[in-house]
Design a protein around this ligand. Structure first.
Ligand SMILES: [Cu+2]
Length: 632
Protein backbone atom coordinates (compact mmCIF):
# COMPACT_ATOMS: atom_id res chain seq x y z
CA UNK A 1 0.00 0.00 0.00
CA UNK A 2 1.36 3.42 -0.88
CA UNK A 3 1.94 5.53 2.22
CA UNK A 4 3.09 8.90 0.93
CA UNK A 5 0.80 10.71 3.34
CA UNK A 6 1.06 10.74 7.10
CA UNK A 7 -2.57 11.29 8.10
CA UNK A 8 -5.86 10.36 6.38
CA UNK A 9 -7.00 14.01 6.51
CA UNK A 10 -3.84 15.48 5.00
CA UNK A 11 -4.58 17.56 1.93
CA UNK A 12 -4.05 15.98 -1.48
CA UNK A 13 -0.54 16.41 -2.82
CA UNK A 14 0.28 17.39 -6.41
CA UNK A 15 1.65 13.87 -6.99
CA UNK A 16 -1.53 12.25 -5.71
CA UNK A 17 -3.66 14.40 -8.04
CA UNK A 18 -1.64 13.57 -11.16
CA UNK A 19 -1.54 9.92 -10.14
CA UNK A 20 -5.33 9.86 -9.79
CA UNK A 21 -5.83 11.48 -13.21
CA UNK A 22 -3.49 9.02 -14.88
CA UNK A 23 -5.26 6.05 -13.20
CA UNK A 24 -8.58 7.39 -14.52
CA UNK A 25 -7.29 8.03 -18.03
CA UNK A 26 -5.63 4.61 -18.22
CA UNK A 27 -8.83 2.88 -17.08
CA UNK A 28 -11.11 4.79 -19.41
CA UNK A 29 -9.64 6.10 -22.66
CA UNK A 30 -12.75 8.26 -23.25
CA UNK A 31 -11.37 10.69 -20.67
CA UNK A 32 -8.53 11.82 -22.92
CA UNK A 33 -10.74 14.75 -23.97
CA UNK A 34 -12.83 15.18 -20.85
CA UNK A 35 -12.93 18.48 -19.02
CA UNK A 36 -12.49 18.29 -15.24
CA UNK A 37 -14.44 20.14 -12.56
CA UNK A 38 -12.46 19.09 -9.47
CA UNK A 39 -10.80 16.38 -7.43
CA UNK A 40 -11.60 15.85 -3.77
CA UNK A 41 -10.35 13.65 -0.98
CA UNK A 42 -12.92 11.11 0.16
CA UNK A 43 -12.55 11.78 3.85
CA UNK A 44 -13.06 8.87 6.23
CA UNK A 45 -15.85 9.42 8.75
CA UNK A 46 -15.01 10.00 12.39
CA UNK A 47 -15.79 6.47 13.58
CA UNK A 48 -13.52 4.90 10.99
CA UNK A 49 -10.75 7.34 11.77
CA UNK A 50 -11.04 6.82 15.53
CA UNK A 51 -10.64 3.08 15.02
CA UNK A 52 -7.86 3.15 12.47
CA UNK A 53 -5.44 5.79 11.23
CA UNK A 54 -3.79 3.50 8.68
CA UNK A 55 -6.54 3.86 6.09
CA UNK A 56 -6.48 3.54 2.34
CA UNK A 57 -6.69 6.79 0.46
CA UNK A 58 -9.68 7.45 -1.81
CA UNK A 59 -10.37 10.39 -4.11
CA UNK A 60 -13.23 11.49 -6.31
CA UNK A 61 -12.74 13.11 -9.71
CA UNK A 62 -15.70 14.99 -11.14
CA UNK A 63 -15.99 16.41 -14.64
CA UNK A 64 -17.78 16.54 -17.93
CA UNK A 65 -16.98 14.26 -20.87
CA UNK A 66 -16.80 15.23 -24.54
CA UNK A 67 -20.50 14.65 -24.95
CA UNK A 68 -21.26 17.03 -22.09
CA UNK A 69 -22.23 14.26 -19.68
CA UNK A 70 -21.20 14.67 -16.07
CA UNK A 71 -19.19 11.88 -14.47
CA UNK A 72 -17.89 11.03 -11.02
CA UNK A 73 -15.02 8.56 -10.66
CA UNK A 74 -13.83 7.06 -7.38
CA UNK A 75 -10.19 6.04 -7.21
CA UNK A 76 -8.28 4.08 -4.60
CA UNK A 77 -4.92 5.84 -4.54
CA UNK A 78 -3.38 3.28 -2.21
CA UNK A 79 -4.16 0.40 -4.59
CA UNK A 80 -3.86 2.61 -7.68
CA UNK A 81 -7.17 1.51 -9.11
CA UNK A 82 -10.42 2.94 -10.35
CA UNK A 83 -13.14 1.70 -7.97
CA UNK A 84 -16.15 2.90 -9.88
CA UNK A 85 -17.31 5.48 -12.32
CA UNK A 86 -20.83 6.82 -12.50
CA UNK A 87 -22.66 9.10 -14.84
CA UNK A 88 -24.11 12.09 -13.05
CA UNK A 89 -27.78 12.69 -13.80
CA UNK A 90 -28.14 15.49 -16.31
CA UNK A 91 -31.01 16.83 -14.21
CA UNK A 92 -28.47 17.94 -11.60
CA UNK A 93 -25.04 18.26 -13.14
CA UNK A 94 -21.54 18.79 -11.79
CA UNK A 95 -19.80 22.13 -11.31
CA UNK A 96 -19.10 24.06 -14.52
CA UNK A 97 -15.58 23.49 -15.80
CA UNK A 98 -13.35 26.34 -16.88
CA UNK A 99 -13.42 24.87 -20.40
CA UNK A 100 -17.20 25.38 -20.45
CA UNK A 101 -16.83 28.98 -19.24
CA UNK A 102 -14.32 29.70 -22.05
CA UNK A 103 -16.57 27.95 -24.54
CA UNK A 104 -19.57 30.11 -23.54
CA UNK A 105 -17.51 33.29 -23.96
CA UNK A 106 -16.18 32.18 -27.34
CA UNK A 107 -19.59 31.10 -28.67
CA UNK A 108 -21.19 34.37 -27.57
CA UNK A 109 -18.39 36.46 -29.06
CA UNK A 110 -18.72 34.65 -32.40
CA UNK A 111 -22.51 34.82 -32.58
CA UNK A 112 -23.93 36.91 -35.41
CA UNK A 113 -26.96 38.16 -33.48
CA UNK A 114 -24.77 39.14 -30.54
CA UNK A 115 -22.49 41.10 -32.84
CA UNK A 116 -25.52 42.79 -34.44
CA UNK A 117 -26.82 43.78 -31.00
CA UNK A 118 -23.41 45.30 -30.21
CA UNK A 119 -23.39 47.20 -33.50
CA UNK A 120 -26.82 48.68 -32.62
CA UNK A 121 -25.06 50.09 -29.57
CA UNK A 122 -22.19 51.47 -31.65
CA UNK A 123 -19.70 48.85 -30.39
CA UNK A 124 -17.43 47.43 -33.07
CA UNK A 125 -14.25 46.47 -31.24
CA UNK A 126 -14.90 43.03 -29.69
CA UNK A 127 -11.47 42.94 -28.04
CA UNK A 128 -12.69 45.28 -25.28
CA UNK A 129 -15.82 43.30 -24.44
CA UNK A 130 -15.94 41.40 -21.16
CA UNK A 131 -18.43 38.54 -21.09
CA UNK A 132 -19.51 37.16 -17.69
CA UNK A 133 -21.16 33.71 -17.88
CA UNK A 134 -23.78 32.86 -15.22
CA UNK A 135 -25.34 29.46 -14.46
CA UNK A 136 -28.13 28.50 -16.83
CA UNK A 137 -30.25 26.62 -14.27
CA UNK A 138 -33.26 27.84 -12.33
CA UNK A 139 -34.87 29.78 -15.14
CA UNK A 140 -33.88 27.72 -18.15
CA UNK A 141 -34.20 29.29 -21.59
CA UNK A 142 -37.05 27.73 -23.60
CA UNK A 143 -34.64 26.79 -26.42
CA UNK A 144 -32.43 24.66 -24.14
CA UNK A 145 -33.38 20.99 -24.27
CA UNK A 146 -34.14 19.30 -20.99
CA UNK A 147 -30.92 17.74 -19.69
CA UNK A 148 -28.54 19.96 -21.65
CA UNK A 149 -25.95 22.03 -19.82
CA UNK A 150 -26.29 25.77 -20.31
CA UNK A 151 -24.91 29.17 -19.32
CA UNK A 152 -26.29 32.70 -19.62
CA UNK A 153 -23.97 35.61 -20.29
CA UNK A 154 -24.05 39.36 -19.69
CA UNK A 155 -21.55 41.83 -21.12
CA UNK A 156 -19.50 44.88 -20.21
CA UNK A 157 -17.27 47.25 -22.18
CA UNK A 158 -13.73 48.33 -21.33
CA UNK A 159 -11.95 51.21 -22.96
CA UNK A 160 -8.48 49.79 -22.43
CA UNK A 161 -6.90 46.55 -21.28
CA UNK A 162 -6.73 47.66 -17.58
CA UNK A 163 -10.16 49.29 -17.43
CA UNK A 164 -12.80 48.11 -14.94
CA UNK A 165 -15.42 46.69 -17.31
CA UNK A 166 -18.15 46.72 -14.65
CA UNK A 167 -18.30 50.54 -14.90
CA UNK A 168 -19.78 50.17 -18.39
CA UNK A 169 -22.52 47.51 -18.55
CA UNK A 170 -24.03 46.72 -21.93
CA UNK A 171 -27.57 46.96 -20.63
CA UNK A 172 -30.27 44.45 -21.45
CA UNK A 173 -28.21 42.07 -23.59
CA UNK A 174 -28.26 38.45 -22.42
CA UNK A 175 -26.85 35.49 -24.36
CA UNK A 176 -28.18 31.96 -23.76
CA UNK A 177 -25.62 29.28 -24.51
CA UNK A 178 -26.32 25.56 -24.88
CA UNK A 179 -23.05 23.89 -23.88
CA UNK A 180 -24.19 20.43 -24.91
CA UNK A 181 -25.02 21.52 -28.44
CA UNK A 182 -22.24 24.10 -28.69
CA UNK A 183 -24.39 27.01 -29.75
CA UNK A 184 -25.96 30.27 -28.71
CA UNK A 185 -29.69 29.60 -28.69
CA UNK A 186 -30.95 33.12 -28.08
CA UNK A 187 -29.75 36.67 -27.76
CA UNK A 188 -32.20 38.49 -25.50
CA UNK A 189 -32.12 42.18 -26.30
CA UNK A 190 -34.22 44.50 -24.14
CA UNK A 191 -33.39 47.61 -26.15
CA UNK A 192 -30.55 50.04 -26.37
CA UNK A 193 -29.58 51.92 -23.24
CA UNK A 194 -26.58 54.23 -23.55
CA UNK A 195 -23.37 52.58 -22.34
CA UNK A 196 -22.22 54.65 -19.33
CA UNK A 197 -19.27 56.92 -19.98
CA UNK A 198 -17.63 57.30 -16.59
CA UNK A 199 -14.77 55.03 -15.64
CA UNK A 200 -14.31 53.58 -12.21
CA UNK A 201 -11.03 51.81 -11.80
CA UNK A 202 -10.07 50.48 -8.39
CA UNK A 203 -6.36 49.88 -9.01
CA UNK A 204 -3.84 52.44 -7.79
CA UNK A 205 -3.04 53.78 -11.26
CA UNK A 206 -6.73 54.44 -11.80
CA UNK A 207 -6.98 56.98 -8.94
CA UNK A 208 -6.66 60.74 -9.42
CA UNK A 209 -4.53 60.90 -6.31
CA UNK A 210 -3.54 58.49 -3.57
CA UNK A 211 -3.64 59.57 0.05
CA UNK A 212 -0.30 59.56 1.84
CA UNK A 213 0.61 56.16 3.18
CA UNK A 214 -0.77 55.65 6.68
CA UNK A 215 2.05 55.10 9.19
CA UNK A 216 3.13 51.50 9.26
CA UNK A 217 1.76 49.16 11.90
CA UNK A 218 4.29 46.39 12.49
CA UNK A 219 3.06 43.17 14.02
CA UNK A 220 6.06 41.23 15.22
CA UNK A 221 6.50 38.27 17.52
CA UNK A 222 10.13 38.57 18.65
CA UNK A 223 9.87 35.38 20.72
CA UNK A 224 8.36 33.44 17.79
CA UNK A 225 4.78 32.48 17.09
CA UNK A 226 2.61 30.63 19.58
CA UNK A 227 1.37 28.04 17.10
CA UNK A 228 2.93 25.12 15.28
CA UNK A 229 1.99 23.54 11.97
CA UNK A 230 2.84 20.06 10.77
CA UNK A 231 1.41 19.18 7.35
CA UNK A 232 -2.11 20.60 7.79
CA UNK A 233 -2.27 19.99 11.56
CA UNK A 234 -2.32 23.22 13.56
CA UNK A 235 -1.71 23.44 17.32
CA UNK A 236 -2.16 26.56 19.42
CA UNK A 237 -2.91 27.22 23.11
CA UNK A 238 -4.51 23.80 23.64
CA UNK A 239 -6.37 23.92 20.31
CA UNK A 240 -5.73 21.30 17.65
CA UNK A 241 -7.25 21.21 14.19
CA UNK A 242 -6.59 20.50 10.56
CA UNK A 243 -7.31 22.89 7.70
CA UNK A 244 -7.86 22.13 4.04
CA UNK A 245 -9.31 23.62 0.87
CA UNK A 246 -12.29 21.62 -0.34
CA UNK A 247 -12.90 22.28 -4.05
CA UNK A 248 -16.58 23.03 -3.48
CA UNK A 249 -16.65 24.41 0.06
CA UNK A 250 -13.39 26.32 0.20
CA UNK A 251 -11.63 26.46 3.57
CA UNK A 252 -12.74 23.54 5.78
CA UNK A 253 -11.71 22.67 9.34
CA UNK A 254 -11.28 19.12 10.63
CA UNK A 255 -10.99 17.49 14.05
CA UNK A 256 -11.20 20.69 16.06
CA UNK A 257 -10.38 19.98 19.70
CA UNK A 258 -9.44 21.93 22.79
CA UNK A 259 -7.27 20.42 25.55
CA UNK A 260 -7.70 17.04 23.81
CA UNK A 261 -11.51 17.33 24.02
CA UNK A 262 -13.11 17.05 20.54
CA UNK A 263 -15.58 19.81 19.61
CA UNK A 264 -16.42 19.12 15.99
CA UNK A 265 -15.11 16.69 13.40
CA UNK A 266 -15.65 18.85 10.33
CA UNK A 267 -17.00 22.24 9.32
CA UNK A 268 -17.30 23.72 5.85
CA UNK A 269 -19.61 25.71 3.59
CA UNK A 270 -22.20 23.18 2.48
CA UNK A 271 -23.68 25.63 0.01
CA UNK A 272 -24.32 29.28 -0.67
CA UNK A 273 -26.68 31.23 -2.88
CA UNK A 274 -26.89 34.81 -4.12
CA UNK A 275 -30.50 35.50 -5.18
CA UNK A 276 -31.32 38.87 -6.80
CA UNK A 277 -34.54 40.74 -6.04
CA UNK A 278 -34.72 43.24 -8.90
CA UNK A 279 -36.91 43.12 -12.03
CA UNK A 280 -34.00 44.33 -14.20
CA UNK A 281 -33.56 41.89 -17.16
CA UNK A 282 -29.80 41.76 -16.43
CA UNK A 283 -30.34 40.38 -12.93
CA UNK A 284 -33.80 39.08 -11.95
CA UNK A 285 -32.96 35.46 -12.87
CA UNK A 286 -29.69 35.31 -10.96
CA UNK A 287 -29.41 32.97 -7.95
CA UNK A 288 -25.97 31.43 -8.25
CA UNK A 289 -24.77 28.61 -6.00
CA UNK A 290 -21.09 29.62 -5.91
CA UNK A 291 -20.00 26.32 -4.36
CA UNK A 292 -21.71 23.60 -6.34
CA UNK A 293 -22.07 25.58 -9.58
CA UNK A 294 -18.66 27.27 -9.77
CA UNK A 295 -16.43 25.44 -7.28
CA UNK A 296 -15.84 28.01 -4.53
CA UNK A 297 -12.69 26.25 -3.31
CA UNK A 298 -11.17 25.91 -6.78
CA UNK A 299 -11.36 29.73 -7.04
CA UNK A 300 -9.19 30.18 -3.92
CA UNK A 301 -6.66 33.03 -4.17
CA UNK A 302 -2.92 32.96 -3.61
CA UNK A 303 -2.50 35.36 -0.68
CA UNK A 304 0.06 38.17 -0.55
CA UNK A 305 2.23 38.57 2.54
CA UNK A 306 1.66 41.85 4.37
CA UNK A 307 -1.46 42.64 2.30
CA UNK A 308 -3.96 39.81 2.67
CA UNK A 309 -2.53 38.84 6.07
CA UNK A 310 -0.40 40.92 8.41
CA UNK A 311 2.07 39.66 10.98
CA UNK A 312 4.03 36.45 11.36
CA UNK A 313 2.31 34.18 8.90
CA UNK A 314 2.40 30.48 8.16
CA UNK A 315 0.91 29.59 4.78
CA UNK A 316 -0.44 26.32 3.47
CA UNK A 317 -0.51 25.70 -0.28
CA UNK A 318 -3.39 23.86 -1.95
CA UNK A 319 -3.30 21.75 -5.09
CA UNK A 320 -6.19 21.50 -7.49
CA UNK A 321 -7.12 19.70 -10.65
CA UNK A 322 -7.26 22.06 -13.63
CA UNK A 323 -9.90 21.51 -16.32
CA UNK A 324 -7.35 19.98 -18.69
CA UNK A 325 -6.25 17.32 -16.21
CA UNK A 326 -3.08 19.08 -15.08
CA UNK A 327 -2.30 20.01 -11.48
CA UNK A 328 -2.34 23.64 -10.37
CA UNK A 329 -0.84 24.78 -7.11
CA UNK A 330 -2.49 27.62 -5.24
CA UNK A 331 0.46 28.96 -3.30
CA UNK A 332 -0.33 30.54 0.07
CA UNK A 333 -3.93 29.39 -0.10
CA UNK A 334 -4.49 29.24 3.66
CA UNK A 335 -3.13 31.89 6.00
CA UNK A 336 -2.48 31.04 9.66
CA UNK A 337 -1.48 33.68 12.19
CA UNK A 338 -2.05 35.06 15.67
CA UNK A 339 -3.80 38.37 16.37
CA UNK A 340 -4.09 40.47 19.47
CA UNK A 341 -7.81 40.88 20.22
CA UNK A 342 -8.06 43.56 22.87
CA UNK A 343 -9.16 42.81 26.40
CA UNK A 344 -10.04 39.22 27.36
CA UNK A 345 -11.25 40.12 30.84
CA UNK A 346 -10.80 42.89 33.38
CA UNK A 347 -11.87 44.05 36.79
CA UNK A 348 -10.93 47.28 38.45
CA UNK A 349 -11.70 46.79 42.11
CA UNK A 350 -13.47 49.75 43.66
CA UNK A 351 -13.08 48.70 47.28
CA UNK A 352 -10.10 49.19 49.55
CA UNK A 353 -8.11 46.40 47.79
CA UNK A 354 -7.82 48.70 44.77
CA UNK A 355 -6.29 46.31 42.32
CA UNK A 356 -6.80 46.37 38.56
CA UNK A 357 -6.54 42.98 36.91
CA UNK A 358 -6.58 42.86 33.12
CA UNK A 359 -5.71 40.12 30.65
CA UNK A 360 -5.36 40.44 26.92
CA UNK A 361 -7.22 38.30 24.44
CA UNK A 362 -5.70 36.86 21.32
CA UNK A 363 -6.95 34.65 18.58
CA UNK A 364 -5.61 32.24 16.01
CA UNK A 365 -6.79 33.14 12.52
CA UNK A 366 -7.11 30.51 9.79
CA UNK A 367 -8.30 32.18 6.60
CA UNK A 368 -8.60 32.12 2.83
CA UNK A 369 -10.14 34.20 0.03
CA UNK A 370 -11.95 33.02 -3.08
CA UNK A 371 -12.98 35.12 -6.07
CA UNK A 372 -16.09 34.02 -7.92
CA UNK A 373 -16.82 36.36 -10.82
CA UNK A 374 -17.41 39.87 -9.53
CA UNK A 375 -17.44 38.97 -5.82
CA UNK A 376 -14.61 38.08 -3.43
CA UNK A 377 -15.35 36.13 -0.26
CA UNK A 378 -13.05 35.64 2.72
CA UNK A 379 -13.58 32.65 4.99
CA UNK A 380 -12.07 33.48 8.37
CA UNK A 381 -12.11 31.01 11.25
CA UNK A 382 -11.00 32.44 14.62
CA UNK A 383 -10.12 30.37 17.68
CA UNK A 384 -10.01 32.24 20.99
CA UNK A 385 -8.35 31.56 24.34
CA UNK A 386 -11.75 31.31 26.08
CA UNK A 387 -12.96 28.44 23.87
CA UNK A 388 -14.94 30.60 21.43
CA UNK A 389 -14.87 29.58 17.76
CA UNK A 390 -15.94 32.20 15.25
CA UNK A 391 -16.67 31.86 11.56
CA UNK A 392 -16.64 35.17 9.75
CA UNK A 393 -17.36 35.60 6.06
CA UNK A 394 -15.93 38.76 4.52
CA UNK A 395 -17.77 39.98 1.42
CA UNK A 396 -16.03 42.31 -0.98
CA UNK A 397 -15.41 42.78 -4.71
CA UNK A 398 -17.70 44.43 -7.24
CA UNK A 399 -21.50 44.54 -6.90
CA UNK A 400 -23.86 43.43 -9.68
CA UNK A 401 -24.36 46.42 -11.94
CA UNK A 402 -26.60 47.93 -14.65
CA UNK A 403 -26.65 51.06 -16.78
CA UNK A 404 -29.27 53.19 -14.99
CA UNK A 405 -32.50 53.88 -16.84
CA UNK A 406 -35.61 55.38 -15.24
CA UNK A 407 -37.97 53.06 -17.17
CA UNK A 408 -36.12 49.94 -16.01
CA UNK A 409 -35.09 50.66 -12.46
CA UNK A 410 -37.42 50.85 -9.50
CA UNK A 411 -36.86 52.48 -6.15
CA UNK A 412 -36.65 49.83 -3.45
CA UNK A 413 -35.25 47.26 -5.88
CA UNK A 414 -32.48 49.09 -7.72
CA UNK A 415 -30.13 51.57 -6.13
CA UNK A 416 -28.18 54.34 -7.84
CA UNK A 417 -24.59 53.92 -6.84
CA UNK A 418 -23.20 56.46 -9.32
CA UNK A 419 -24.91 58.97 -11.63
CA UNK A 420 -25.02 56.40 -14.47
CA UNK A 421 -25.22 53.08 -12.63
CA UNK A 422 -27.80 51.10 -10.67
CA UNK A 423 -27.17 48.03 -8.55
CA UNK A 424 -29.92 45.53 -7.69
CA UNK A 425 -30.99 44.43 -4.22
CA UNK A 426 -29.82 40.87 -3.49
CA UNK A 427 -28.88 38.41 -0.76
CA UNK A 428 -25.75 36.39 0.05
CA UNK A 429 -26.77 33.35 2.06
CA UNK A 430 -24.23 30.84 3.33
CA UNK A 431 -24.84 27.45 4.86
CA UNK A 432 -22.15 25.95 7.05
CA UNK A 433 -22.38 22.25 7.88
CA UNK A 434 -20.91 21.26 11.23
CA UNK A 435 -20.38 17.58 11.96
CA UNK A 436 -20.24 17.60 15.77
CA UNK A 437 -18.22 15.40 18.05
CA UNK A 438 -18.69 17.40 21.24
CA UNK A 439 -16.77 15.83 24.09
CA UNK A 440 -16.24 12.67 22.09
CA UNK A 441 -19.70 11.14 21.83
CA UNK A 442 -23.27 11.42 20.64
CA UNK A 443 -24.85 14.83 20.97
CA UNK A 444 -28.23 16.46 21.48
CA UNK A 445 -29.70 19.73 20.20
CA UNK A 446 -31.57 22.18 22.43
CA UNK A 447 -33.27 25.49 21.69
CA UNK A 448 -33.33 28.19 24.33
CA UNK A 449 -35.80 31.10 24.36
CA UNK A 450 -35.99 33.82 26.97
CA UNK A 451 -39.57 34.74 27.86
CA UNK A 452 -41.29 37.08 30.33
CA UNK A 453 -43.17 35.39 33.18
CA UNK A 454 -46.87 36.19 33.67
CA UNK A 455 -47.91 38.56 36.44
CA UNK A 456 -49.16 36.55 39.39
CA UNK A 457 -48.57 36.29 43.13
CA UNK A 458 -44.96 35.12 42.66
CA UNK A 459 -44.29 37.79 40.01
CA UNK A 460 -46.54 40.62 41.21
CA UNK A 461 -44.71 43.46 39.38
CA UNK A 462 -44.11 41.61 36.08
CA UNK A 463 -40.36 42.04 36.34
CA UNK A 464 -39.39 38.38 35.99
CA UNK A 465 -38.30 36.45 32.93
CA UNK A 466 -36.76 33.05 32.34
CA UNK A 467 -34.79 30.96 29.86
CA UNK A 468 -36.67 27.90 28.63
CA UNK A 469 -34.77 25.14 26.88
CA UNK A 470 -36.43 22.49 24.80
CA UNK A 471 -34.92 19.34 23.38
CA UNK A 472 -35.31 19.09 19.58
CA UNK A 473 -35.71 15.40 18.90
CA UNK A 474 -36.68 15.11 15.23
CA UNK A 475 -35.42 16.66 12.00
CA UNK A 476 -38.74 18.50 11.52
CA UNK A 477 -38.46 20.12 14.99
CA UNK A 478 -34.96 21.37 14.19
CA UNK A 479 -35.83 23.60 11.22
CA UNK A 480 -35.77 26.91 13.02
CA UNK A 481 -35.14 30.61 12.57
CA UNK A 482 -33.53 33.23 14.77
CA UNK A 483 -35.69 35.32 17.13
CA UNK A 484 -33.60 38.16 18.60
CA UNK A 485 -36.53 39.36 20.74
CA UNK A 486 -36.38 36.00 22.57
CA UNK A 487 -32.55 35.84 22.62
CA UNK A 488 -33.04 32.50 20.87
CA UNK A 489 -29.98 30.26 20.69
CA UNK A 490 -29.26 26.61 20.03
CA UNK A 491 -27.06 24.39 22.13
CA UNK A 492 -25.11 21.26 21.23
CA UNK A 493 -25.04 19.05 24.31
CA UNK A 494 -23.16 15.91 25.33
CA UNK A 495 -25.61 14.36 27.83
CA UNK A 496 -22.99 11.88 29.05
CA UNK A 497 -20.36 14.39 30.16
CA UNK A 498 -21.12 16.49 33.18
CA UNK A 499 -19.35 19.61 34.41
CA UNK A 500 -18.62 20.74 37.96
CA UNK A 501 -22.16 22.04 38.50
CA UNK A 502 -23.67 18.77 37.31
CA UNK A 503 -24.89 19.98 33.91
CA UNK A 504 -24.01 18.33 30.61
CA UNK A 505 -21.19 19.99 28.71
CA UNK A 506 -22.27 22.07 25.74
CA UNK A 507 -21.51 24.62 23.04
CA UNK A 508 -23.94 27.32 22.01
CA UNK A 509 -24.48 28.64 18.48
CA UNK A 510 -24.81 32.44 18.36
CA UNK A 511 -26.05 34.21 15.25
CA UNK A 512 -25.71 37.86 14.40
CA UNK A 513 -28.39 39.76 12.56
CA UNK A 514 -29.15 37.45 9.67
CA UNK A 515 -31.92 37.05 7.10
CA UNK A 516 -33.36 33.93 5.51
CA UNK A 517 -34.24 33.46 1.83
CA UNK A 518 -36.63 36.10 0.43
CA UNK A 519 -37.40 34.31 -2.87
CA UNK A 520 -40.85 32.70 -2.89
CA UNK A 521 -40.59 29.03 -1.76
CA UNK A 522 -42.27 27.92 -5.01
CA UNK A 523 -39.92 29.94 -7.24
CA UNK A 524 -36.89 28.20 -8.82
CA UNK A 525 -34.43 29.88 -6.37
CA UNK A 526 -36.82 29.02 -3.51
CA UNK A 527 -36.70 25.33 -4.47
CA UNK A 528 -33.03 25.17 -5.45
CA UNK A 529 -31.82 26.99 -2.35
CA UNK A 530 -34.42 25.69 0.11
CA UNK A 531 -31.59 25.27 2.64
CA UNK A 532 -31.71 29.05 3.10
CA UNK A 533 -35.32 29.04 4.32
CA UNK A 534 -34.14 28.27 7.85
CA UNK A 535 -31.25 29.46 9.98
CA UNK A 536 -30.73 26.01 11.46
CA UNK A 537 -31.38 22.43 10.35
CA UNK A 538 -30.13 19.28 12.08
CA UNK A 539 -29.63 15.72 10.84
CA UNK A 540 -28.15 12.47 12.10
CA UNK A 541 -24.75 11.97 10.42
CA UNK A 542 -24.71 10.32 7.00
CA UNK A 543 -21.45 10.47 5.10
CA UNK A 544 -23.00 11.29 1.73
CA UNK A 545 -25.11 14.18 3.10
CA UNK A 546 -22.70 17.01 2.56
CA UNK A 547 -24.48 19.70 0.52
CA UNK A 548 -27.35 21.89 1.71
CA UNK A 549 -28.65 22.40 -1.83
CA UNK A 550 -27.82 18.96 -3.24
CA UNK A 551 -24.51 17.42 -4.22
CA UNK A 552 -24.75 18.65 -7.83
CA UNK A 553 -26.81 21.72 -8.66
CA UNK A 554 -26.00 22.70 -12.25
CA UNK A 555 -29.35 22.93 -14.14
CA UNK A 556 -31.15 21.27 -11.20
CA UNK A 557 -34.54 22.22 -9.88
CA UNK A 558 -33.99 21.46 -6.21
CA UNK A 559 -33.07 17.80 -5.96
CA UNK A 560 -31.08 16.40 -3.07
CA UNK A 561 -31.04 19.42 -0.78
CA UNK A 562 -31.89 19.71 2.90
CA UNK A 563 -35.65 19.48 2.34
CA UNK A 564 -35.16 16.09 0.68
CA UNK A 565 -32.49 15.00 3.17
CA UNK A 566 -34.79 15.71 6.14
CA UNK A 567 -38.00 14.40 4.52
CA UNK A 568 -37.86 11.12 6.48
CA UNK A 569 -38.01 13.14 9.69
CA UNK A 570 -35.33 11.03 11.37
CA UNK A 571 -34.73 10.92 15.07
CA UNK A 572 -31.99 13.27 16.31
CA UNK A 573 -32.63 13.01 20.05
CA UNK A 574 -29.16 11.64 20.79
CA UNK A 575 -27.00 10.91 17.79
CA UNK A 576 -23.92 11.68 15.77
CA UNK A 577 -25.31 15.18 15.18
CA UNK A 578 -24.84 17.44 12.17
CA UNK A 579 -26.12 21.02 12.13
CA UNK A 580 -26.59 23.14 9.01
CA UNK A 581 -26.44 26.84 9.79
CA UNK A 582 -27.66 29.50 7.36
CA UNK A 583 -26.59 33.11 7.73
CA UNK A 584 -25.75 36.00 5.47
CA UNK A 585 -26.70 39.49 4.42
CA UNK A 586 -29.41 41.16 2.40
CA UNK A 587 -27.40 43.65 0.41
CA UNK A 588 -28.95 47.04 -0.36
CA UNK A 589 -26.18 48.56 -2.49
CA UNK A 590 -24.94 52.05 -1.60
CA UNK A 591 -22.64 54.56 -3.34
CA UNK A 592 -19.85 53.53 -0.96
CA UNK A 593 -19.95 50.03 -2.49
CA UNK A 594 -18.63 51.50 -5.74
CA UNK A 595 -16.28 50.89 -7.52
CA UNK A 596 -15.32 48.14 -5.10
CA UNK A 597 -17.14 47.18 -1.96
CA UNK A 598 -15.61 47.78 1.49
CA UNK A 599 -15.73 44.45 3.36
CA UNK A 600 -19.09 43.55 4.86
CA UNK A 601 -19.17 40.84 7.53
CA UNK A 602 -21.46 38.05 8.58
CA UNK A 603 -21.07 34.78 10.44
CA UNK A 604 -21.60 32.83 13.63
CA UNK A 605 -19.98 32.26 17.00
CA UNK A 606 -19.77 28.94 18.83
CA UNK A 607 -19.24 29.49 22.54
CA UNK A 608 -18.66 27.02 25.37
CA UNK A 609 -21.54 26.74 27.87
CA UNK A 610 -20.57 24.61 30.82
CA UNK A 611 -17.88 22.99 28.69
CA UNK A 612 -15.46 24.38 31.27
CA UNK A 613 -15.94 24.58 35.02
CA UNK A 614 -15.01 28.25 35.23
CA UNK A 615 -13.52 31.04 33.11
CA UNK A 616 -10.87 29.08 31.19
CA UNK A 617 -8.72 32.20 30.86
CA UNK A 618 -8.52 32.91 34.62
CA UNK A 619 -4.99 31.51 34.68
CA UNK A 620 -3.66 33.77 31.90
CA UNK A 621 -0.53 35.54 33.14
CA UNK A 622 -0.86 39.32 33.49
CA UNK A 623 1.62 40.05 30.73
CA UNK A 624 1.55 43.58 29.39
CA UNK A 625 3.27 44.48 26.13
CA UNK A 626 6.84 45.60 26.70
CA UNK A 627 7.00 47.54 23.45
CA UNK A 628 3.93 49.72 23.93
CA UNK A 629 4.73 53.43 24.38
CA UNK A 630 2.85 56.26 26.05
CA UNK A 631 2.84 59.81 24.69
CA UNK A 632 2.98 61.27 28.22
CU1 LIG B 1 -23.78 41.90 -2.37
Amino acid sequence: MSQNFSHPLNSLSATEISEAVSILKKSNKNHENSSFSYISLEEPDKKLLKENTNLERFVKIVGVDQKSNGFEAEINLSKKELIKEEKISNKAGPTYTLAEIFKAIELTMGDENYQKALKKRGIKDLSLIQIDPWPGGGFVNKNIKNGNRALKAISFLKDSEKDNAYARPIQGLIAHIDLTENKVVEIEDHGVVKVPEAHARYDKDGQEFLRENPKEIAITQPEGVGFSVEDNLISWEGWQLRASIDPIEGLALHQVSLNNRPIFYRAGLSDMVVPYGSSDPMHWWKAVHDGTEYGFGTMTNSLTLGCDCLGEIHYLDAHKLAFDGSVETIENAICIHEEDFGVQWKHNDSTQMGYNEVRRSRRLVVSSFATIGNYDYGIFWYLYLDGTIQLEIKLTGVVGISAYHEDIHKSGQDFKISPELASPIHQHLFNVRIDWDLDDGDNQLFETNVEPLPINNVNPEGTQFQAISSHLTKESEAQRNIAPEKSRTWKIVNPNKLNKVGSPTSYKILYGNTPTLLSNPDSPPGKRAAFAKHNIWATPFQNEERSGGGRHTVMHSGEGGLEEITAKDRNISECDLVTWLTFGVTHIPRPEDWPVMPVEYCGIHLIPVGFFDQNPTINLPPSCSSISKSNK
